[in-house]
Design a protein around this ligand. Sequence first.
Ligand code: ASP
Ligand code: MG
Length: 411
Amino acid sequence: MIVQKYGGTSVADTGRIRSVAGRVAGAKQAGYDVVVVVSAMGDTTDGLLAMAEELAPSPNARELDLLLTAGERIAMSLLSLAINAAGYPAASYTGSQAGIITDTAHGRAKIIDIRPGRILQALEQGNIVIVAGFQGMSTALDVTTLGRGGSDTTAVALAAALGAEFCEIYTDVPGVFTADPRIVPEARKLHAVSYEEMLELAASGAKVLQLRSVEYARTHGVKVHVRSSFNDDPGTWITEEDVRMEQAIISGVAADNSEAKITIEDVPDRPGIAAAIFRAVADEGAGVDMIVQNVGRDGKADVSFLVPKADLRRISAVMDRVLKEFGAARHLIDDDIAKVSLVGAGIKSHPAVVAEMFAALADEGINIEMISTSSIRVSCVIRAGDSERAVRAVHAKFGLGEDARGVRDHE
Ligand code: ASP
Ligand code: MG
């Protein structure tokens, strides 16, 4: 059994849907039981969101979820019709019909259970099964969505629940690259990356997969193959780190321009302050990245951290409130930053990598404003305008391109 997922571009119009139907039929003919997860056609989700926001500045979360799930339902039924017309029995199911049970957090619901009885039955009867991505039904029996890009997570979760051999994610790019090929033309497609590396890349701004789908794949050991729906070329495998991958030092460079920096000045240097600040941020449901606190002087310290630009206004209002309680002077906002990250499983055993990355930026005259590292990632905050130059410089420094010495074996 395989699970295939097709993104919005891959089902953007009826012509594309017909070609997806052909690909799905091909997998069936090759002897697979096929479950297909679809995204909404093209920019449908953005269009629905825009209409909702036009009518209601902060739309009711339950109603918004009902609206947004309609996009995937259109795509699933059209694909099912096309597959039927091609001579293969097919049946489509909404998230709730497919037994995808979530918590009640509208707009960012988490899958807590999958009851695939109905899908298994349909497969047994010889059907190709189509499931609407990005959605489920909550424990309160309401329709929920899994967050933008959530169809990836639907596909991986179904692959896990059904015990599929692997999960194919069909998209409009050929796979995962050593850098964004639009910024670095000589970027190379990776044959394979480990779950850990993919998690770091996704969190660092690589937009190929929804972060949560990678977490799900790692937790449940689902092999994922990211590939283009526009040709038959193999893409990138995301799996357990294997013996062959051990030679890899660096997998890629990513840039993220979606975050802003908040700096709180003159925070009283005593227990409980950080807890209170970040509790307040967490209560807003916002993700926080790269928290840096400097050494306290005169009983005061500065704290800086990154938040998604989309959450900036809300977090800033929260800071006004919290800081008043602690007598911290003020907080500053800087939304003209970028985060450039180098990711690779070999970083932990090659300490020189960190220094070489800093040297690559220094050679370009790019100032580093914040640094954070994990055992397989180095991230630097720089001026937003330096972001593309930084990616190119780091990519070149580590010879990640097509004709370079090749720190990773590849296809
Ligand atoms: N259609 C949804 C979105 O655009 C879900 C998805 O594409 O995975 O975010
Ligand atoms: Mg989409």
